[in-house]
Design a protein around this ligand. Structure first.
Ligand SMILES: Cc1cc2nc3c(=O)[nH]c(=O)nc-3n(C[C@H](O)[C@H](O)[C@H](O)COP(=O)(O)O)c2cc1C
Ligand code: SF4
Length: 435
């Protein structure tokens, strides 16, 4: 709890968006150091620090950067994924609105590491304030020589452009984002080829999350060993908490500590029922599974994922049928419609859940939902299909030929689903004094 703030150190400081304030607080010290390193050394630094992407998939960042082909003469692009569309996720917004120069410094270092001279920040349309703040900060950075031609006399040139999306979840998926940036409908592409080889405008492209791209600032300033010992992480805590919000804590902080110490516990002193720990796309945890470190490996071990660290906390008043229906409404609405399993499957899951919730469910609907989820997962162009299937039926199980392991909403809260079907009403009764 008393940990030094690194990623959010500027939050709460007056005029934190102003370049002079950023400089006064030690800003733009990593960039000149990076420009004196070689791009290969920077990529190795990212590999050594073990940074994994903060956008959802947790892919090792240094490794991703090293996939850029060395012999391709085309220009390279860095795309900063600021679409932040995963339900329950709101950490990148804090970085962009409260500390835009940290983001710009991170983008400049990352662009130099991958030798890109053009960087786009693809920001979700709803983040009007963030886009304005970033544009103002980018202009300040040009004026002081941290962007543009011959940055700090290094000979390295970089332009950054803010591109506003138009409010589609699918444009956060990296190839949907690329298509959208090219001015087309945000339809994901079949991979391979991966963006590192064939990305925006057919050129080698790296797509990374905002939080991922600020990490090199601190690794350079404090060293790889410091990073490995103290890795700072942003957690988006929402739901039935006394103090919801974005919290910075050490990677691997226990989920119960985040709930009880950082967020002041469950509101009104009620009991914890369940948590979706990594944005809406990951399997849910029952209360008794929540004594877990919030990092990639520990959450994978308990059958969920860190994802975007969007942690949605549900207390004992939550109807799990309604909660899952709510999620599936979102996925059915956001499916881009290119692949049949996703387009049809998400729609069917939404309808089945709707009939259970409204007292028209059949017992066989429970297995039908698991089967439908299994028929979506792994059979689509992009991972939105998986993202809709996993909350229903859990993660793929290698021992079952990659069928889903069944460990999420439907089986973990099966008696609640059955009660709904048998009694045509919700098992959760909220005492009068709670209303
Ligand atoms: C449907 C969908 C939506 C996504 N939305 C976002 C998003 O809003 N922000 C983000 O950083 N990554 C998002 N991702 C993940 C990106 O495709 C990509 O993996 C990520 O930007 C890579 O950055 P990282 O390696 O730094 O995590 C989404 C993925 C899917 C399938
Ligand atoms: S999985 Fe869904 S969102 Fe992704 S490409 Fe297919 S239809 Fe579109």
């Amino acid at each position: 709890m008393g940990m030094e703030k690194v990623l959010t150190k500027m939050v709460g400081i007056e005029n934190s968006q102003n370049i002079d304030v950023y400089l006064k607080h030690g800003g733009y010290q990593a960039l000149p150091k990076a420009l004196k390193m070689t791009p290969d050394a920077l990529i190795q630094m990212m590999k050594d620090s073990g940074v994994r992407g903060r956008g959802g998939a947790g892919f090792p960042t240094g490794m991703k950067w090293s996939f850029l082909p060395k012999d391709n003469p085309k220009p390279r692009y860095l795309l900063c994924n600021a679409d932040e569309s995963e339900p329950g996720t709101f950490k990148d917004r804090v970085l962009m609105e409260d500390d835009p120069h940290q983001v710009i410094e991170g983008l400049a270092i990352s662009s130099f590491a991958i030798q890109s001279h053009t960087c786009y920040i693809y920001i979700r349309g709803e983040y009007v304030k963030g886009a304005k703040i970033l544009n103002k900060a980018i202009q300040e950075a040009y004026d002081k020589g941290y962007l543009g031609k011959n940055i700090l006399g290094s000979g390295f040139d970089l332009d950054i452009t803010v591109h506003r999306g138009a409010g589609a979840y699918i444009c956060g998926e990296e190839t949907g984002l690329i298509e959208s940036l090219e001015g087309k409908r945000g339809w994901p592409r079949i991979k391979p080829p991966f963006p590192a080889v064939y990305g925006v405008f057919g050129c080698p492209t790296i797509v990374n999350n905002v939080e991922t791209l600020v990490t090199p600032v601190h690794i350079i300033n404090r060293g790889v060993q410091w990073w490995k010992d103290n890795e700072p992480k942003l957690y988006c805590m929402s739901g039935h908490l006394n103090r919801p919000g974005t919290y910075e804590a050490k990677m691997g902080t226990n989920l119960l500590d985040l709930i009880n110490e950082y967020c002041g516990g469950i509101r009104h002193g009620r009991k914890l029922k369940a948590v979706i720990p990594g944005g809406s796309s990951v399997p849910v945890l029952r209360a008794e599974e929540c004594n877990v470190a919030m990092d990639f490996d520990a959450l994978a071990k308990v059958g969920s994922a860190l994802g975007s660290a969007g942690c949605m906390v549900m207390d004992e008043t939550t109807c799990m049928v309604n909660a899952l229906w709510n999620l599936l409404k979102f996925y059915a609405h956001e499916s881009c419609g290119q692949c049949t399993p996703c387009r049809e499957g998400t729609h069917w899951l939404e309808m089945i859940l709707g009939r259970i919730e409204t007292g028209r469910g059949r017992m066989e609907d429970l297995d039908l939902m698991l089967e439908t989820a299994n028929n979506i997962a792994g059979r689509t162009i992009c991972p939105l299909g998986d993202a809709a299937a996993w909350p229903v039926a859990g993660l793929p199980d290698r021992n079952k030929g990659n069928d889903l392991n069944g460990q999420s909403f439907v089986n973990k809260f099966r008696e609640e689903f059955e009660y709904h079907i048998t009694n045509k009403k919700c098992m959760v009764t909220i005492p009068h004094e709670w209303n």
